[in-house]
Structure formats: C-alpha cells, structure tokens
Design a binder for this molecule. Structure first.
Ligand code: ATP
Length: 353
C-alpha cells in the first residue's frame, strides 16, 4: 500500500438516532473514523446507511447524538459550512459547465483567487487523470469519467471528510471495478478521511480499511475485511459477508453439533442451543471438501469464477450445498457426478431455526 498521509481529520459519530414516523432509521448509531481511514457502511436496503451519511453531511437532522470532526461539533453547522465533500450515485455534475468549471465550483464559492483555483484544478485533473478532458462537458464523458470528475470536484476543496453514497452503482461491472480501485488510490494519496456507503459486499471488502455491517439502524460489527470474513461476531454478519451454506444440523450438546454426519465444535458468537435442538450450521463454501463417490450426493451446478470454481451439490437437503475449490481441482468434477462432501473446519457457527 502507498504511504499514508495522515493529515486527515478524525470523525466521531456518537449515538445518533433518526426516526421517520414509525420507522427507526438509525438507532443510537456510533462510529469513529481515524484520520485518513476509509470506512464502508454495508448493509441491506433500509438499514440506515444513507441516513447516517446524510446526517454527517447536514442534509438530514438527527433526533439525538453528536457528530464531531477533530473535536468540533458538526451538527451545529449548516451543510455548506461543514467542509465535507460528497459524491452521490448519480453523477450530479453541472451539465452546463466544463470539467474544469465543475471542479472549480467549490473553490469559486469559497472565493479563492484565480491563481489558487487554476493550480488546484490542474492538481485535481492530474489526480483523476482527466487533463485531456478539462474543456469537455459532462454529456461528452463516459459514466466512469463523470464519476471521476465528481470525485475531483469533491476533493478540490480539501474537505475534512469525504462522503461517498453508492458512487459506483450506476456504472457497469468492468468500469465499476476500475473506478473502485481508482477511488481507493486517490483516497490514499489525498489522505482524506472517508465514509463510503454501499450494499455491495465485494465492493466494501475490496476498498476499505474497515467495514461496518449495519442492521436495523445500528452497527452490528465493525472490523477489517479479513476479520469480518473470518471472525464474524453474529450469524447476520457471517451470512451477509461472503457466501455461506446454512446446513440443517442437530446440536449434540451446547458445545457440539452434528453437521452432515460430522461432530463439530460450536463457535462462540453462535446462538445458545440445547442438546437435541435443530439448528442451522453456517459453513463457508471453501470449508466444504468434495470427493468422487459411486452414489449419493450429486453435483448439480458448476460455476467457473476464474481461479476458483464453485459447485452446487444436492445432498438431499432443501438447498444445494456450495463448495469452492481451485479451478484446477474442479476439472475432476462435472455436473451429474456423484460425490461425498465433508467439512474441513473443526468449529462452526450455528443459529437456531
Ligand atoms: P438503501 O440502500 O435502500 O438506500 P439504506 O440502508 O441507505 O437503504 P436509508 O435510506 O438510510 O437506508 O433508510 C432507512 C429507513 O428510513 C428506511 O426504512 C427508509 O424507508 C426510511 N427513510 C429514509 N429516509 C426517509 C424519509 N425522508 N422519509 C421517510 N422515511 C425515510
């Protein structure tokens, strides 16, 4: 990773709540983002991600709680006094202004000198690699280019915090990955403290220092992508981050569970269960081992994912069990093959059914 500039600001959100009629969009939501850090809020539709972001931006009021930047109370300020840069899903560029004029906009509003504006616009054009488009109008640019201009415009004012609300969702898959990586590069280069909102877990895991998984207006867990994936603290997080099999199982005791005929330890953070209770065990596809057999379970689907291949196995359960293996290993298997499946971890998370 490139060297981090740590001139960014610290953003501290403490116990903010917001109700819309009977809907509690945010429920005592708290989050601290370190200077220069990129945190993604991830969660299903309606979990309150956008509301949190809009409160920080000053576009929405909170019913309770505080938001501080470097120890300064943000909620007391109007939106345009907050020194915050925003990029939305829709490009929201000014259609009648050129790329350079769009980028200069916030600087003009702040009454910067012509020299300062020209210098900063040139820096921003270089940062997003759009020097050759400075005199183009938004309609002459691709979606990805427009989003880069929106990013340059947001960063031109040297915001204390950058807020990104699903900035990639209007782009098609290939451009999306490219712009995603570019946003991360630019964010690291500028050292800007950033809050990013998305419902796309791959996107969140790919670009964040930490990901906060939200449910019902609260943070369920916030951790590095690696920890979230490997050590989820709730079954909701385990299910939301990455693909998970939910395998019907029976608890042998409060510590052990029978899954596909194997006795496994129940991990902490699981639901509390009783001996004999029917539960679901959460098992990642990479923890399912598949070997050839003469009868029994059968491969129904086979999906090539590049270096990995995922197979869906009918093991007589209501849902297919998914196993992931290297694509080299997967050459041995075809749909219709009979297989034996086993679990390669000694510990699983379980939830009550
Ligand atoms: P999405 O990914 O679908 O945008 P989200 O996680 O960003 O979802 P929010 O937009 O923050 O969720 O909405 C949280 C809840 O608050 C939802 O139930 C939503 O319908 C409700 N809500 C948000 N804004 C308003 C509003 N202005 N008026 C009424 N209800 C609202």
């Amino acid at each position: 990773m490139s060297k981090r500039v740590t001139s960014g600001s610290e953003l501290v959100i403490s116990g903010i709540s917001r109700a819309f009629g009977a809907v509690q969009a945010l429920d005592r939501f708290s989050l601290t983002i370190a200077p220069g850090e990129l945190v993604c809020l991830l969660g299903p539709s309606g979990c309150g991600k956008t509301t949190a972001l809009r409160i920080v931006a000053g576009l929405e009021k909170s019913d309770a709680g505080t938001v501080m930047i470097d120890g300064e109370d943000l909620l007391a300020k109007d939106a345009n006094q907050r020194d915050i840069g925003m990029v939305f899903q829709s490009y929201s560029l000014f259609p009648n202004m050129t790329v350079a004029e769009n980028i200069a906009y916030g600087l003009r509003v702040r009454k910067k000198s012509k020299e300062q504006i020209n210098k900063r616009v040139a820096e921003m054009l270089e940062l997003v690699s759009l020097q050759s488009k400075m005199n183009s109008f938004p309609h002459q640019l691709s979606g990805g280019q427009q989003q880069r201009v929106a990013l340059a415009r947001a960063l031109a004012i040297e915001p204390r915090v950058l807020l990104l609300d699903e900035p990639l969702s209007a782009l098609d898959a290939q451009v999306r990955t490219q712009i995603r990586d570019e946003i991360r590069r630019i964010q690291i280069e500028s050292g800007t403290t950033t809050l990013f909102v998305t419902h796309d877990q791959e996107e969140a895991m790919a670009i964040s220092d930490r990901v906060g998984v939200m449910q019902h207006g609260r943070l369920e867990q916030i951790d590095t992508p690696n920890t979230l994936y490997n050590k989820p603290e709730t079954t909701f997080v385990a299910g939301f981050v990455g693909i998970t099999n939910y395998i019907p199982s029976v608890a042998d005791s409060k510590n052990e569970v029978q899954v596909l005929g194997q006795v496994l330890e129940i991990s902490e953070h699981s639901s509390v269960v009783k001996k004999g209770e029917e539960v679901r065990a959460l098992v990642r596809p990479e923890s399912i081992h598949v070997e050839k057999a003469s009868h029994g379970a059968k491969i129904i689907t086979k999906s090539f994912l590049g270096p990995m291949t995922r197979v869906g196995v009918d093991a007589g359960l209501a849902e297919l069990i998914y196993a992931e293996m290297s694509s080299k290993e997967a050459k041995k298997f075809d749909t219709g093959d009979h297989v034996k499946i086993s679990i390669t971890t000694e510990m699983v998370m379980v939830e009550s059914v």
